[in-house]
Design a protein around this ligand. Structure first.
Ligand code: DGJ
Length: 726
């Protein structure tokens, strides 16, 4: 899968559908040659031109020999660099920026050696793709900075079964000088054309993760987060769609960062009409001070390639995540039907109320009940950091035992990385709050501060309190929330030298807490959450079984969120519930929620017999389709941002079954519409639940389902297809 040609000093990483090639040039610079569908070989006569597409006047002066070399021709705007330099002649974004002891930030790494090995190194404290020797091979390239004894290790791992290359970088200082790392990105990707548009996600609270198609104009398009991880507004994933590409055809490049704190993705359309993509943890307010033998590791990133359109890129994203990242639910929890107390009760419950809810849960087929916020407090003005059950409010043992006696599993909400100013923990350890104490009015959000998880003592304290509860009560699930961003960003306990590393150290602190939890409670289902659908990222996916999708639980606007997120994230990653909001029946709301984890977020004691019946029916539809939705291939069919419809489809990997979602956002279905499906077997016959007719796969894919009748406004519809042998 990975080879090195000594003569041409060329690396080739390949699997069945993908080739990535790099070259070490005469100046020991690492040059990108090719990234795309398999080609036999690169024409090495062209290597010069890859470096010099437009150069004619760039040369260099040899200080030792005192002579000018006029045939070097390294074009600053068009040469394809793997490790672009800083303050040197490349005038685009650098991969790494180091401030040296002499205060020069000239950073320029040159090839020293390399290693090729099966599998990949494990990033111990960072989330990562869990591949091993049987499914991957790695190239490690060692480069040295031209100014000092500082090394950069660039890792490229290629997967056998997916069109994916995983990348991360490590800086190792061997110099006695103190160096300051001002940027350590995880990847830089130079593309030789500008003919791409960008697909990315943007959002805000309760309208998270919305798809946007962005025209890359000249100069830079930056997508980033600086909030310290809450990140509703942006996601660290992207697709670059070739101008000729569609959902079904054409070249699409995808990528992302496996990280849960400030990130930056820069798409630079250059004056030479190329694109450089630079991705990594954000260099905003970032500086890591390194001493001799220190090592600094970047988060992991990946790039993917397809020549078969956006939907196939979605399959790559989903398969990568499902197979190598997101945790799999423990067997007994795989088909649970969850009911969460939050929207039904908020803080207003007591033991009897929960007993009543559980009794009703049993009637409506619930198999997992989650007691959200409120078991240790009556409102959100206090209590975070004091992880003690409010025994005057709830007899936790009693309700858990009662749930278990009904065969209902039990889960609990926590928010470990936060601290209320009105808490004993804050009163006894004000230094555990993360803010600059010299500020007279540190920001409170939802009446709370952020816990300084860069401080191990604070982490230990909170973890010990929370684990005392999870050790002593029979819990099956945990919802791990994070309700505010970082402000007045400063740690009261970190040394001066570490203050500008704080965002990354915060990420590492959160990961440490999550790691401890996951290792201690491997069978407890973990749903992470961030004040709704923030921190819905690939870093959290590594620790979670699922992530709460959004506090927008109204099924109609939810369709926009789910359509958008589904393009990048697998459906079983997204917590999605039937709530009590607005119009629509349980069945109709269920049609949206079942394309996520499915569940309820309401007070079931308010449901009448008809609604309970409807819930039982909806649960059956969910259970019947759960595996298909979880494991199948997802297809976007109609974008809600381009028409008055939204539609998507999931096809089982063996193509025996499919499920289609359709919704009309207008008053009437004023345009009769044939909905063309994807991904079926052309010659196989399928019966559908819309008109109960049987057609060949090619009919569904070329003519489509006839939706002209009966698809009224705001009625989410499910259509199931099943292969028939006639
Ligand atoms: C925000 C979450 O998104 C909600 O579902 C709920 O858990 C509240 N926090 C509780 O405070």
């Amino acid at each position: 899968m990975i080879s090195f040609n000594k003569q041409t000093r060329t690396f080739r990483l390949e699997n069945k559908n993908l080739v990535y090639m790099m070259h070490v040039n005469q100046y020991d610079m690492l040059i990108k040659l090719y990234f795309g569908k398999p080609i036999e070989d690169f024409d090495f006569n062209q290597i010069e031109s890859v470096q010099n597409i437009f150069a004619d006047t760039y040369s260099y002066y040899d200080l030792e020999k005192k002579e000018e070399h006029t045939n070097s021709k390294l074009d600053p705007f068009s040469m394809l660099c793997e490790v672009p330099s800083n303050l040197s002649h490349d005038k685009r974004e650098a991969l790494v920026i180091i401030n040296h002891e002499d205060n020069s930030s000239l950073t320029d790494f040159r090839y020293v050696s390399h290693e090729i090995f099966k599998g990949r190194p494990v990033l111990e404290n960072l989330p990562h793709i869990r591949c091993d020797e049987k499914d991957s091979e790695t190239l490690k390239i060692v480069l040295k900075d031209i100014k000092d004894d500082v090394y950069l290790h660039c890792y490229y791992t290629i997967l056998k079964d997916l069109n994916v290359i995983i990348r991360h970088n490590e800086i190792i200082s061997k110099t006695k000088n103190v160096i300051r790392v001002n940027r350590l990105f995880s990847q830089s990707l130079d593309l030789t054309s500008n003919e791409y548009t960008l697909l990315a996600l943007h959002g805000a609270y309760a309208s998270d993760k919305l798809l946007e198609e962005i025209n890359l104009t000249h100069n830079k398009t930056v997508i980033e987060d600086v909030s310290g991880g809450k990140g509703f507004n942006n996601s660290a994933v992207y697709m670059l769609k070739h101008k000729d590409a569609s959902l079904e055809t054409g070249e699409v490049i995808g990528g992302g960062l496996i990280y849960s704190n400030n990130f930056k993705m820069i798409f630079h359309r250059t004056q030479m009409e190329q694109i450089r993509v630079s991705i990594g943890m954000n260099d905003y307010n970032f500086e890591a001070v390194l001493h001799e033998n220190d090592k600094y590791v970047s988060p992991e990133s990946f790039i993917c390639y397809t020549e078969n359109g956006i939907n196939e890129m979605t399959h790559i994203f989903h398969d990568l995540n499902r197979k190598y990242l997101l945790r799999k639910l423990p067997k007994p929890m795989q088909k649970s039907i969850l009911l969460n107390s939050w929207e039904g009760c908020t803080f207003n419950f007591n033991t009897q109320k929960i007993i009543d809810i559980l009794t009703k849960c049993k009637e409506m087929g619930i198999t997992l009940f989650v007691l959200d916020d409120g078991w240790f407090r009556n409102d959100d003005t206090y209590g975070l950091g004091d992880w003690k059950i409010d025994h005057t409010k709830i007899d936790l043992k009693k309700v858990i035992d009662y749930a278990h006696s009904l065969n209902i599993k039990f889960g609990l909400w926590v928010e470990p990385e936060q601290i209320s100013f009105n808490s004993d923990l804050y009163r006894s350890h004000p230094e555990y709050a993360l803010f600059d104490p010299s500020t007279p009015r540190p920001t409170t959000l939802r009446h709370q501060f952020v816990l300084d998880v860069t401080n191990k003592e604070a982490r230990d304290n909170v973890f010990n309190q929370i684990s005392a509860i999870f050790d002593n009560y029979e819990l099956d699930y945990c919802k791990w929330d994070f309700n505010r961003m970082l402000t007045e960003v400063y740690s009261q306990t970190l040394p001066r030298e570490k203050q500008k590393e704080i965002f990354h150290l915060f990420a590492l602190g959160s990961y440490d807490l999550l790691n401890r939890f996951v290792n201690r409670y491997p069978n407890i289902v973990l749903e992470t959450c961030s004040g709704g659908g923030g921190r819905f990222d690939l870093g959290m996916a590594y620790y979670s079984h699922q992530i709460w999708g959004s506090d927008e639980t109204d099924a109609i606007p939810r369709t926009e969120i789910q359509y958008s997120a589904n393009m990048f994230y697998p459906l079983r990653m997204m917590g999605a519930h039937i709530s009590n909001r607005k119009h629509l029946s349980i069945k109709e709301k269920g049609a949206v929620a079942m394309f996520g984890t499915f569940g309820y977020e309401l007070d079931p004691t308010h449901l009448d017999d008809e609604q309970i019946k409807e819930a039982l029916h909806t649960n059956d539809v969910f259970l019947r389709n759960k595996e298909l939705v979880d494991e199948g291939d997802y297809y976007s069919l109609i974008s809600p941002f381009e028409s008055n419809f939204v539609s998507w489809e999931v096809v089982s990997k063996d193509k025996d079954r499919a499920i289609v979602f359709f919704l009309n956002y207008r008053h009437i279905n004023w345009r009769s519409r044939y909905l063309k499906l994807y991904g079926l077997e052309k010659d196989a016959k399928y019966v559908n639940t819309l008109d109960n007719n049987t057609y060949k796969g090619e009919y569904y894919m070329n003519v489509g389902l006839n939706l002209s009748m009966g698809r009224g406004n705001f009625v989410p519809s499910l259509i199931e297809l099943k292969k028939v042998n006639e």
